[in-house]
Design a protein around this ligand. Structure first.
Ligand code: NAD
Length: 464
């Protein structure tokens, strides 16, 4: 036994939440972070700043269009300095919150770059280059991920990732976004909403390809309607800097095409931060860059655990937090309930928003379920008309044999807020007949969820 129960490496939403839970449970816990700020990618270069910009971009568009419904304003413009200050204030407030939480739960915080040693300890290199070795009964790796680059194409000041776009002095007038996953469609939404020329290039036949096929097609239609260009089956072959911008060459249906723009945003996925953390020294096995874990997040070395973007589960902040809590509760001997990966929700803040949990129709069919579905559209509900946000629908996927809910997929206003209902329903094993008894308030957007449930049995009154 060592004096410390747990060392956690990395203070993103995986590591800091795990540290807080460990403190709550009375474990002696140390959190190591190499940056001089806590919160990781999610808080500083990911979810939070992006959503702050998306919120303001949405407001910009609302102001621009408000005249049509009786509020006359001058056309809005962007004050870049104030916009970036607002975004930074949100981050700073949340960081102060994390500091306060960890203090409250007696978590020791060390600023250092951590590396595992051969004998299962942790070497810390402090900002002044001094080194030290510390040990604990358990170690949790939560080192996160970074943007993946296109092989053979370096990042520059014109070929950038989600990190650099968040700190530009001026948004580019034109941009090519490579990749139509969550990062790609979210930044495309920010820039298009404030009037920039955006083209998305996606390699696969569908944008947001992990979502249900109906959702992906609906987003394509919505983008087309607002003239946000998204070109699918487009494989980027080269990016050349020229004068003030870039020339992107891509292949589509065996034809070569080019687009010129001021900048390129590469949003083709994230690679786990598993290099230089001593995995080989400690004897921890990896697979395609990810750390190999068993179903309790234990690595190939006993008492060393790995969670978040470095393990092959969804690369989402809330997944990392849940995994961190699971491991800490296991260490504390609480026998927590296993995480069902299928029931981890996804939320994408493009416009219209997308949120989903559980199986898509395609997944349910391929897993052999006898699938029944129900769809209800937002344009059938008064609240959506009041908000002027009538695009999209709620889709329910269920099993005909057992009547169990299998998945909920929402594209439309406030989708990311409403998906919680689907998460709860899946976690308690709700059936469609049970869900049909839940009365939803009027007038709300959530009535569309209720109508989609009714639609599974062909009984939706307004929107089947
Ligand atoms: P992603 O894997 O979700 O999407 C990348 C997209 O790029 C895919 O559609 C892929 O087909 C495409 N692609 C890959 N190589 C390409 C190429 N050479 N040319 C054209 N297209 C190419 O990755 P992401 O959008 O970068 O996001 C990374 C991770 O972060 C994901 O797990 C994502 O879910 C998560 N994330 C979540 C949120 C959120 O929850 N709101 C926001 C941002 C990121």
């Amino acid at each position: 036994m060592t004096e410390k129960n747990l060392i956690i490496i990395g203070s993103g939403p995986g590591g800091y939440v795990a540290a807080a839970r460990a403190g709550q449970l009375g474990l002696n816990v140390t959190l190591i972070e190499k940056e001089n700020k806590l919160g990781g990618t999610c808080l500083h270069w990911g979810c939070i700043p992006t959503k702050a910009l998306l919120h303001q971009a949405h407001l910009y568009k609302e102001i621009l269009e408000a005249g049509a419904n009786g509020i006359v304003t001058s056309p809005p413009s962007i004050d870049m300095n104030n916009l970036m200050n607002y975004k930074q204030n949100v981050i700073d407030n949340m960081e102060k919150g994390i500091q306060a939480l960890l203090k409250k739960y007696n978590v020791e915080i060390i600023q250092a770059t951590a590396r595992l040693t051969k004998d299962g300890k942790v070497e810390c290199t402090y900002p002044d280059s001094k080194k030290d070795i510390i040990s604990a009964d358990h170690i949790m790796l939560a080192t996160g991920s970074e943007a993946r680059g296109i092989p053979g194409i370096e990042f520059t000041d014109k070929i950038i990732s989600n990190k650099e776009i968040l700190t530009v002095d001026k948004f580019p007038e034109s941009i090519v976004v490579i990749g139509a996953g969550a990062v790609g469609v979210e930044f495309a939404t920010v820039l298009h909403s404030i009037g920039k020329d955006v083209t998305i290039l996606e390699m696969l036949p569908n944008i947001v390809p992990l979502e249900d096929g109906d959702v992906s097609r609906e987003l394509s239609r919505a983008f087309k309607k607002k003239k946000l260009k998204a070109i699918t089956e487009a494989r980027v072959t080269s990016i050349k800097e020229s004068g003030g911008g870039v020339i992107v060459t891509y292949e589509r249906k065996e034809k070569e095409n080019t687009i010129e723009a001021e900048k390129v945003l590469v949003a083709i996925g994230r690679k786990p931060n598993t290099h230089n953390i001593g995995l080989e020294d400690a004897g921890i096995e990896t697979e395609r860059g990810f750390i190999k874990i068993n179903d309790t997040y234990q690595t190939s070395v006993k008492n060393i655990w790995a969670i978040g973007d470095i393990v092959p589960t969804p690369q989402l902040a809330h997944a990392a937090s849940a995994e961190g809590i699971y491991v800490v509760e296991s260490i504390a001997g609480m026998k927590p309930k296993k995480i069902t990966t299928d029931w981890i929700p996804a939320a994408t803040y493009c416009e219209p928003q997308i949120a989903s949990v559980g199986l898509t129709e395609e997944q349910a069919v391929s897993r052999g379920f006898d699938v029944k579905t129900g769809i209800s559209r937002f344009n059938t509900m008064a609240k959506a008309h009041i908000l002027g946000a009538t695009e999209g629908f709620v889709k329910i996927v269920a099993d005909s044999k057992t009547d169990l809910l299998l998945g909920m997929h929402i594209i439309g206003p406030d989708a990311t807020e409403m998906i919680g209902e689907g998460v709860t329903a899946l976690n308690i094993g709700a059936t469609i007949s049970e869900l049909r008894h839940s009365i939803h308030p009027h007038p709300t957007l959530s009535e569309v969820v209720y109508e989609a449930i009714e639609a599974v049995e062909g009984m939706a009154i307004h929107g089947g």
